[in-house]
Ligand binder design. Structure first.
Ligand SMILES: Nc1ncnc2c1ncn2[C@@H]1O[C@H](COP(=O)(O)OP(=O)(O)OP(=O)(O)O)[C@@H](O)[C@H]1O
Ligand SMILES: [Zn+2]
Length: 678
């Protein structure tokens, strides 16, 4: 595709970031304010009030006291043996002073007698009155009591909130259906293999007796591993539905709170609740949030809290008697970060991988979600499924909904093939803008660029067939050429890869042929071509100069797929130089191939870019007509499609999957639309 100058992250980027930690509701802020107010009252206002009730006391120096006495301004004095003295002045004011008793001695008493001051003596008070003592203690303790009380209140409030139970109370897991969730396996399209693996759980839950009699230990925990949106939650609910047992579900991240101990308490309560309702299913979504490796680096949440929560979960799982009939299902899309303790026997000893749906599964999922929707005769779900490799079940559900919305927007209630196209483009690329955001010269450059991709693809025997070309900008793409694989590929040969490289460079080649200079529009094409070429050299052994060696990026595919990034290159400096040279050679050869194809078909290039300028979106069939070749798949791209009809088409995969052992699901990145020959 032609690109906007700043290279984009793939439009269909990663999953949205996890939701931010729940905000305190307004009433909790209020409680906090209240607590502060109470503390202020206790600390500042009360003592002030306490003193303000008494008449002001003047503190006199000893000499001042003496001169006042001499001037007959002192009515009486009470002198303690410690020297502290207080009394009343003749004008009624209270005073205090300190008398140097040892030095003054009886002389002072004589003098006071002359001054007619009434003198009394008092032993020093050893302790304040009981009332004053209690008051002092209250002053010291009250703020602490208030803080502790609020801490408990809020901790419990948060626990209650997890279950949707607002306010103060015991943590209760949200029980969706105490009877039996209505979801069944029929609601989960495809995934027959997964269902048959998991059906044993259903069996155990519905007749635990049978297992007990046979002395078999039933599964305690099943970990479902797969990319987001692949229906893990749906499947867990279906297990509960099939077994007719209650379903208690929580999200891992909701366990981990700011306060140490809260998460563990919730886990305890969750299992207590499950025991009450047993047989039951406990479902922990996003278990990686609390089951991450212990001792790792926690983000904001204290590690102590996470570890305590995890430990509680582990001990709960160890603690219950399998005969109780509680099965814990958990879901994650990052199994590699889970604490190994979780995967030990007796815990999540079973793992079920839930991959992205295959072609047939996509069609099945689509038909589940189009159930009850009116489809036009031209809307073929099989074709839609073909055009959506890399889509998850959730994406497909979203697609079906977007298509229906597109129809409604158009004032129809019957969904046509074009609606599915529009929905798919919207999901993959963002909203299409009008082409008039471009200057005329830019528009022509984009048309030439896209025509180049399309022609090279149409003229290459092994590349994925062209399905659609458009110069309507969407998201970061200024134009897109979409290729649709005829069949779902699992293996890519060298011819395919080389021709794919040529198609990716076709846009730039067309610019070079037509304008004799390149532009920024090819940046993403170049990056993706280089990435593919690098894989061909480093991983697929497709470079004669390097030979049959494989240095996968980020470590061995045999060590847990992906593995830790290698701290140092596993090969010599010279090998790196050879890799660089080979990558450059592959890419350059691809560009030469594209350039020579386009030079040989200069007239077609000119006409196709003219058609694109005129119509903005063309069907792949038009391109094949133009070069006098038969469109590879008459059935799917047949004559029924007019030149303006958008074929439902997917981007071709960025990187062929490594045809090697169980690579982590996360490594099979969904194809991004920026990678196709766009
Ligand atoms: N196999 C399927 N059949 C029918 N619908 C599906 C299927 N897979 C996913 N969906 C749809 O996608 C939605 C989201 O799926 P779900 O929430 O179960 O995915 P998930 O794997 O739990 O995702 P996450 O990892 O993000 O929690 C479901 O509610 C359902 O509408
Ligand atoms: Zn391009």
């Amino acid at each position: 595709m032609a690109e906007r100058p700043t290279p984009p992250a793939g439009p269909r980027g990663d999953r949205p970031a996890p939701p931010p930690p729940p905000k305190l509701p307004w009433w909790r802020h209020l409680l906090w304010l209240l607590a502060l107010a109470v503390m202020a009252v206790v600390w500042v206002v009360l003592p002030a009030v306490h003193h303000s009730g008494q008449p002001a006391v003047t503190t006199l120096s000893y000499s001042q006291f003496l001169s006042d006495a001499d001037a007959h301004r002192v009515k009486d004095v009470t002198i303690q043996t410690s020297g502290k003295a207080d009394g009343t002045l003749s004008d009624g004011h209270k005073y205090t002073t300190t008398v140097p008793v040892q030095l003054a001695g009886s002389a002072l008493l004589d003098r006071l007698a002359t001054d007619h001051v009434k003198v009394s003596a008092e032993a020093p008070s050893t302790s304040p009155s009981a009332g004053a003592q209690i008051f002092t203690w209250i002053l010291i303790l009250a703020p602490f009591l208030v803080v502790v009380w609020f801490w408990r209140r809020i901790a419990r409030g948060a626990a209650g909130q997890m279950s949707g139970v607002m306010g103060v109370g015991k943590a209760k897991a949200k029980v969706f259906d105490t009877e039996r969730p209505s979801t069944t396996f029929a609601d989960v399209a495809g995934y027959e293999g997964v269902k048959s693996e998991i059906v044993e759980v259903v069996d155990f839950l519905s007749q635990p007796e049978r297992y007990r009699r046979a002395g078999a230990t039933a599964p305690r925990g099943v970990l479902m591993v797969g990319p987001p949106g692949t229906g893990k939650t749906l499947l867990a609910r279906a297990v509960a539905g099939e077994a007719g047992v209650p379903f208690l579900s929580v999200v891992g991240s909701s366990f981990v709170e700011m306060f140490v101990g809260v998460g563990a308490a919730r886990v305890r309560d969750l299992f207590a609740e499950a025991r009450k309702r047993a047989p039951a299913i406990v479902f922990v979504d996003e278990i990686d949030a609390l089951g991450g490796r212990r001792g790792g680096t926690g983000a904001q949440v204290s590690n102590d809290e996470r570890e305590q929560t995890l430990n509680q979960l582990l001990s709960e799982m160890d603690g219950f008697d399998p005969a109780e009939g509680i099965v814990v299902l958990a879901a994650t899309n990052r199994p590699e970060i889970l604490d190994p303790a979780l995967l030990r026997p007796g815990r999540f000893d079973r793992q079920v991988v839930i991959p992205l749906p295959t072609l047939a599964e996509r069609a099945a999922i689509l038909s589940v979600h189009c159930h009850g929707k009116h489809l036009a005769p031209d809307a073929d779900l099989q074709v839609v499924a073909r055009g959506t490799p890399g889509f998850s079940g959730a994406d497909l559900a979203n697609l079906a909904n977007e298509a229906a919305i597109a129809a409604v927007r158009d004032g129809r209630h019957v969904i046509s093939a074009a609606d599915f196209d529009a929905a798919r483009d919207r999901i993959l690329l963002g909203r299409r803008e009008g082409s008039n955001v471009l200057l005329p010269a830019e528009k022509r450059a984009v048309a030439v660029h896209e025509a180049g991709h399309a022609l090279v693809a149409a003229l290459s025997e092994h590349a994925d067939p062209v399905a659609k070309v458009t110069i309507l900008p969407a998201g970061q793409a200024l134009g897109v050429t979409e290729q649709l694989p005829l069949v779902e590929r699992h293996l890519y040969n060298e011819d395919y890869l080389n021709e794919t490289l040529a198609v990716r460079l076709g846009g730039r080649a067309a610019e070079l042929v037509t304008f004799e200079q390149g532009s920024t529009g090819a940046a993403n094409d170049l990056a993706s071509a280089t990435e593919l070429a690098t894989k061909m050299v480093r991983e697929f052994g497709l470079s004669p100069a390097l030979g049959p060696v494989g240095y996968p990026q980020g470590g061995s595919v045999y060590l847990g797929g992906g593995g830790a990034p290698l701290s140092s290159r596993p090969f010599a400096e010279a090998t790196q130089a050879a890799i660089d040279a080979e990558v450059a050679r592959l890419v350059r050869e691809a560009e030469e191939r594209a350039t020579s194809l386009l030079t040989g078909h200069g007239e077609e290039l000119e006409r196709l870019s003219g058609l694109l300028l005129e119509h903005e979106t063309l069907d792949g069939a038009v391109v094949y007509d133009l070069v006098g070749r038969k469109a590879p798949d008459e059935h799917a791209q047949g004559a029924t499609m007019g030149p303006h009809r958008r074929a439902p088409v997917p981007p071709s995969p960025t990187a062929p999957p490594s045809p090697s052992p169980p690579s982590a699901p996360s490594s099979s990145a969904p194809p991004s639309p920026s990678s196709p020959a766009g």
